[in-house]
Design a protein around this ligand. Structure first.
Ligand SMILES: Nc1ncnc2c1ncn2[C@@H]1O[C@H](COP(=O)(O)OP(=O)(O)OP(=O)(O)O)[C@@H](O)[C@H]1O
Ligand SMILES: [Mg+2]
Length: 235
């Protein structure tokens, strides 16, 4: 489904020096596989997701989706990839103000199905995310963790085949984090979704099939004891 080949990215930082955040990243994510990505703040995790989402080009290397290099997509293919194949939950908690949680969650279904059908699809996802009592709340009436879950519902509503989730449990308590992680893992299993999950939560490794750590531009196997051990495969 997703293959990364030797991705490299260097930023020009304010002082004129260069900052290499990705220095030859190669990995793959198969349908049904949940890959967790750890790494210190500033190590380049979001940069990597933005490159996979074709929001930012790499300096070198390639992102292959179903064997095709995303750099070769024409405008229509890039749009199809971003809108229909990909579910990207980034770190912003940006919802459209002045409309309800459920309207925010159905935004990506505009033009795909009727508003009524969109609500019918999104409601069970929001219920599963513990938002059943918050469907009509506007964003300024939601907590940070609730806004994060509305964004998750929006991304899941289109039934993407590839999900990039940037710290989707960052604002949640332990109990809710476990529930969201279990939901994401079950999506991988039940719907054969390929998922790359950026997280700081050591507990997430237990839900993942594979866990990597990004540091100094390179990927290594993630182990809670930092001994290079591969995380246990979830049962
Ligand atoms: N447009 C840019 N220009 C210059 N430097 C940038 C730019 N975007 C990001 N950086 C730097 O690149 C590094 C990687 O940023 P990135 O957002 O990918 O990190 P991250 O691993 O997602 O961190 P966090 O865990 O805090 O979200 C950071 O040190 C950041 O300051
Ligand atoms: Mg980040």
């Amino acid at each position: 489904m997703l293959e990364l080949r030797q991705l490299a990215k260097t930023y020009a930082s304010g002082g004129g020096e260069l900052l290499t955040v990705l220095d030859g990243i190669s990995m793959s994510v198969q349908p049904g596989e949940l890959v967790a990505l750890y790494g210190p703040s500033g190590s380049g995790k979001s940069t990597l997701l933005n490159i996979i989402a074709a929001i930012m080009p790499p300096d070198s290397g390639a992102v292959l989706v179903d064997g095709r290099d995303t750099a070769t997509f024409d405008d229509q293919e890039a749009s199809h990839y971003r809108k229909r194949q990909l579910g990207y939950i980034n770190q912003s908690l940006d919802l459209i103000p002045g409309i309800s949680a459920i309207e925010n969650a159905t935004l990506k279904l505009i033009g795909v199905c009727s508003a009524r059908e969109a609500r019918r699809r999104v409601t069970p996802i929001m219920e599963r995310l513990g938002l059943a009592d918050r469907l009509k709340n506007h964003p300024d009436q939601l907590s940070a963790g609730e806004r994060q879950r509305v964004l998750l519902a929006r991304a899941l509503a289109t039934e993407p085949r590839l999900i990039l989730a940037d710290e989707p449990t960052g604002n949640l308590d332990i109990q809710r984090s476990q529930e969201v992680l279990a939901l994401l893992a079950s999506l991988c299993d039940e719907r054969d979704v390929a998922m790359l999950l950026v997280t700081h939560d050591p507990a997430a490794a237990a839900f993942a099939d594979t866990a990597h750590e990004l540091s100094n531009g390179r990927l290594t196997a993630y182990g809670p004891q930092s001994n290079g051990a591969v995380a246990p495969r979830r049962s």
